[in-house]
Write a protein that binds this ligand. Sequence first.
Ligand code: HEC
Ligand code: HEC
Ligand code: HEC
Length: 157
Amino acid sequence: MRNHVWRPLYLVIGVIALLLLVRTLVVPEDFGSHESGYMYGWHRKGNEAEWRQVAVKYRTTAYCKDCHSEKYDSIRNSPHGIIPCEDCHGPGMAHPDDPAKLPIDRSRQLCLRCHAQLPSPSSGRDAIRGIDPTGHNPGTECSLCPPPHHPSVSEMQ
Ligand code: HEC
Ligand code: HEC
Ligand code: HEC
């Protein structure tokens, strides 16, 4: 065969050899298909242990229910019944061990996040009843009036 055939062929062989070399250096030893097979199993075995170490931050409302059943019951049948506790109190993490208490946010900002009037019909956000943040009892904590765990419609005037 002629040179113009051999030369590109050498080049291709060289590139493949280089890729194989780089692969053996870069890909971790425990990477492979493992017991779950080729279809879903491609991962680094050591990564399983790493994921087990990841601490769950958000524990869901069901987690709060046992210890704070009074709060759970009061909010459940209120207009706020669909909001997860952790949406207002932050991630539960290992509470009550660590942290012993979760934060209580009494700022106007907490409520305005959802109740500042926002005309955006296409997103559905304006379906949540809103107030004008500057005109509505300025400087006063919102939670002084509608109890955050069981607000009622008449209080949003
Ligand atoms: C295993 C029981 C337990 C679970 C589960 C639990 N808590 Fe608590 N929580 C406590 C205890 C005990 C305190 C401390 C009470 C105190 O000092 O007044 C506390 C305190 C709090 C406080 C602060 C109360 C205050 O007066 O400062 C908030 C807010 C709170 N928890 C929210 C939550 C939320 C939200 C969840 C779910 C993510 C949750 N808790 C899950 C037991 C629990
Ligand atoms: C809309 C936001 C919001 C949601 C949702 C919410 N909370 Fe609260 N929570 C507050 C605010 C604000 C306060 C402070 C109330 C006050 O100052 O009277 C509070 C107070 C508390 C307190 C301590 C004070 C008290 O009244 O004894 C606990 C405990 C608590 N919440 C637990 C929960 C749990 C459990 C859930 C879910 C079932 C939940 N909260 C859902 C906003 C919220
Ligand atoms: C995560 C979003 C969210 C936060 C934060 C929030 N709310 Fe709400 N609130 C809602 C939704 C959703 C409703 C259900 C009724 C609706 O669609 O208007 C509601 C209903 C209400 C209602 C009854 C009005 C009605 O139309 O049913 C009052 C009053 C109210 N909230 C006050 C507060 C106060 C005070 C705070 C702060 C302590 C607060 N909310 C924080 C989402 C939120």
